[in-house]
Design a protein around this ligand. Structure first.
Ligand code: FES
Length: 149
């Protein structure tokens, strides 16, 4: 009798887990695309979105995205965004506008304006993000296809 009760409870638990696992993708699918993207909006350190129009031509900004410290440059009315984390040992890179390159102060790693390594020990380019501007002017960052997330 105890065995029957145990098996009945086990069956109920398994059915519950199966139903739960099958509805999670449906719930994720139903979340509007805009809400998913909001997770990766470029913000200042206090979490306030930085709008496209707030950045002047030629300006660069260090902010935050879902990925962590993020550096953004505006050239020819376009935004280019990169992870600000050096691929060597994780220091935060700086943008040198006069040289148009990123510089890592820890071990003098240098990256060109596309994020490619041009000098020093970094083993890989800076992670570059895809940039979109939403209707409100928020800067939305997402991964480029094939990039590590
Ligand atoms: Fe950037 Fe070493 S951490 S060059």
């Amino acid at each position: 009798m105890e065995n029957k009760k145990f098996l009945g409870n086990l069956a109920i638990i398994l059915i519950f887990i199966t139903v739960l696992l099958s509805i999670i993708p449906v719930i994720f699918y139903l979340i509007p695309e805009s809400e998913k993207k909001e997770l990766n909006v470029f913000t200042d350190r206090n979490g306030n979105p930085i709008l496209f129009d707030q950045i002047k031509e030629g300006e660069h900004l260090l902010g935050v995205s879902k990925d962590g410290p993020t550096i953004l440059i505006k050239k020819e009315n376009k935004i280019y965004a990169f992870s600000a984390v050096c691929t060597h040992l994780g220091c935060i890179v700086k943008w040198l506008p006069e040289k148009e390159e990123f510089f890592c102060p820890c071990h003098a790693g240098r990256f060109d304006s596309e994020g490619k390594v041009i000098a020093g020990p970094p083993p890989a380019p800076l992670k570059r993000y895809k940039v979109e501007i939403d209707k409100e002017g928020k800067i939305i960052l997402s991964y480029n296809e094939g990039d590590q997330k």
